[in-house]
Design a protein. Sequence first.
Length: 107
Amino acid sequence: MKIKDLKPGMDGITITARVVSVSEPRKVSTRYGEALVAQAVIEDETGSAVLNLWRDQVKLVKPGDVIRVENAFTKEFRGRIELNVGKSGRIVVLKHGKEQELEELES
């Protein structure tokens, strides 16, 4: 699936995209207790979208990474579509971005 094809209320989405940016994580209160949340902007050749990162997902992706988001769902929030990964979904880093490559060369 491509980003341009995303619509609110979809689920079972698998998409491959590059991470453009990741916001600073913040703590929020949920019905399950406090959680860390951040937003990643992802893009493919058709457009860009926001991917919400929860808890351990926040540390998983970095700008420049190519990721595959599996079994995700979409919601509309403040007039834009956001991609979310629930308990049955996952984020797989297919290729680390340039920042990690530089760190690996320096170590």
